[in-house]
Design a protein around this ligand. Structure first.
Ligand SMILES: *[C@@H]1O[C@H](CO)[C@@H](O)[C@H](O)[C@H]1NC(C)=O
Ligand SMILES: *[C@@H]1O[C@H](CO)[C@@H](O)[C@H](O)[C@H]1NC(C)=O
Ligand SMILES: *[C@@H]1O[C@H](CO)[C@@H](O)[C@H](O)[C@H]1NC(C)=O
Ligand SMILES: *[C@@H]1O[C@H](CO)[C@@H](O)[C@H](O)[C@H]1NC(C)=O
Ligand SMILES: *[C@@H]1O[C@H](CO)[C@@H](O)[C@H](O)[C@H]1NC(C)=O
Ligand SMILES: *[C@@H]1O[C@H](CO)[C@@H](O)[C@H](O)[C@H]1NC(C)=O
Ligand SMILES: *[C@@H]1O[C@H](CO)[C@@H](O)[C@H](O)[C@H]1NC(C)=O
Length: 343
């Protein structure tokens, strides 16, 4: 937007100067014209480079706005899965269809919190990060076997609600085989009617702080010698947030771009599965988003709750050791807003 404006401004100046007739002014007008052309071309180029890279991911806002329409089209009664588990009998709930879902996300994007919210629903079994175990994602066939167990309701975890599950799934990080075996997985999702919930975090700088702090704590174990990735009290959050990570400001722009591109790619790979896109920030701001999720999963609506407490609160400048460098590196770039935004 800003780039467009500046291009127009230069064109207006050109029109004004070239209406005067003196040769001196004419010469300056020609000079100005060539300068403007260069600037104009530069503007256009910059714009193309950045849009190419960014549209996919940032336009997920646009896709998100379309989701209600999409929801109506692919409404729940169309998806009728009646799993027959080997490990137990669905008893009186056997006539109820079960929605299959997978939460596709990245580390430190609120997926743990989101999953506790989902699991507070009496009819949801979200079985955690099952592909954190390497053997399960070694090759496509071990991935699909694991998926079969989950969607046949034979995956037993502390979250399983067994016979009266109306929606069953788990959370899956993009770096846990989802990108390597995307062809087979996408085909499986379609064949078995698996719905996808993308959960992304818009502020990738905050995500970076959270990743670095979590990685530090896995060694430092700040909470009385225990490493915790998620906490349930303000005191624990305070202790964990005391550590301020150092961020490499030289590679920062490239690192942010890489993070962005990876999510954009996942969106591309899985865009033909039935899906919805959620952003962590929107969930934090507006709990009624959870209604959309329940509708998407075809669930009877309930109030969802979580005991988890956010670790890094308040301005980012309080949470980054070399804030000045980071501030300098991002000011004037497309990621400038990450410096300001909450959550
Ligand atoms: C997927 O849903 C369709 C209806 O849209 C249904 O006919 C089909 O049996 C379902 N597939 C499986 C494997 O449950
Ligand atoms: C896939 O990996 C599993 C273990 O994770 C292994 O037992 C199996 O032989 C592998 N299959 C193929 C086709 O490589
Ligand atoms: C949800 O769970 C409750 C209690 O287990 C059960 O009575 C009800 O039928 C379930 N609803 C659906 C839609 O499966
Ligand atoms: C650490 O241990 C002390 C003493 O046992 C206790 O009072 C304190 O609450 C613990 N702190 C945390 C964060 O668990
Ligand atoms: C920061 O990143 C640059 C470029 O990737 C690298 O050369 C440099 O060693 C890094 N600095 C630190 C302190 O890690
Ligand atoms: C999904 O992504 C592919 C590859 O970029 C694209 O060709 C296709 O139009 C996309 N489909 C939808 C439904 O967005
Ligand atoms: C909260 O989310 C709901 C459902 O997506 C939406 O209708 C509502 O306008 C949102 N409210 C605010 C304040 O953003």
């Amino acid at each position: 937007m800003v780039e467009d404006m500046s291009c127009f401004l230069y064109k207006d100046i050109l029109v004004i100067t070239s209406t005067k007739k003196s040769p001196m002014l004419l010469r300056s007008a020609v000079l100005l014209f060539s300068m403007v052309s260069v600037i104009f071309i530069f503007c256009v180029c910059i714009k193309q480079i950045t849009t190419d890279a960014r549209t996919k991911f940032m336009e997920s806002n646009v896709i998100h706005n379309l989701t209600p329409g999409r929801l109506k089209q692919t409404h729940i009664p169309n998806i009728l899965n009646y799993p027959e588990p080997l490990s137990f009998n669905r008893n009186e709930c056997a006539p109820n269809p079960v929605m299959f879902f997978a939460i596709l996300s990245n580390q430190r994007s609120g997926s743990g919190w989101f999953e506790t919210l989902l699991n507070s629903h009496i009819n949801v079994s979200s079985n955690g990060e099952i592909f954190s175990v390497k053997e399960r994602r070694q090759n496509a066939s071990s991935v699909l076997q694991t998926l079969d167990r989950v969607y046949n309701l034979d995956w037993l975890s502390s979250a399983s609600k067994n016979e009266c599950s109306a929606a069953v799934g788990f959370k899956w990080m993009l770096n846990q085989g989802l990108m390597d075996h995307h062809k087979e997985i996408e085909e499986y999702f379609k064949r078995r009617n698996v719905s996808v919930i993308f959960l992304f975090r818009r502020n990738l700088l905050r995500r970076m702080v959270s990743m670095l702090a979590n990685s530090y704590d896995s060694h430092a174990k700040l909470l009385n010698g225990t490493h915790k990735s998620h906490v349930h009290s303000a005191e624990e959050a305070d202790i964990l947030s005391k550590y301020k990570p150092f961020i490499n400001s030289t590679s920062l722009l490239k690192d942010l771009k890489d993070m962005e591109m990876k999510s954009a790619k996942a969106l591309q790979y899985y865009n033909s599965s039935r899906h919805m896109i959620l952003h962590y920030e929107d969930l934090m701001r507006n709990h009624t988003k959870l209604k959309d999720v329940q509708e998407f999963l075809g669930l009877p609506e309930m109030e969802l709750t979580s005991r988890q407490v956010k670790i890094h609160k308040g301005p980012l400048s309080d949470h980054i050791q070399n804030w000045d460098d980071v501030n300098k590196a991002l000011t004037g770039t497309e990621y400038e807003s990450f410096l300001e935004a909450d959550y």
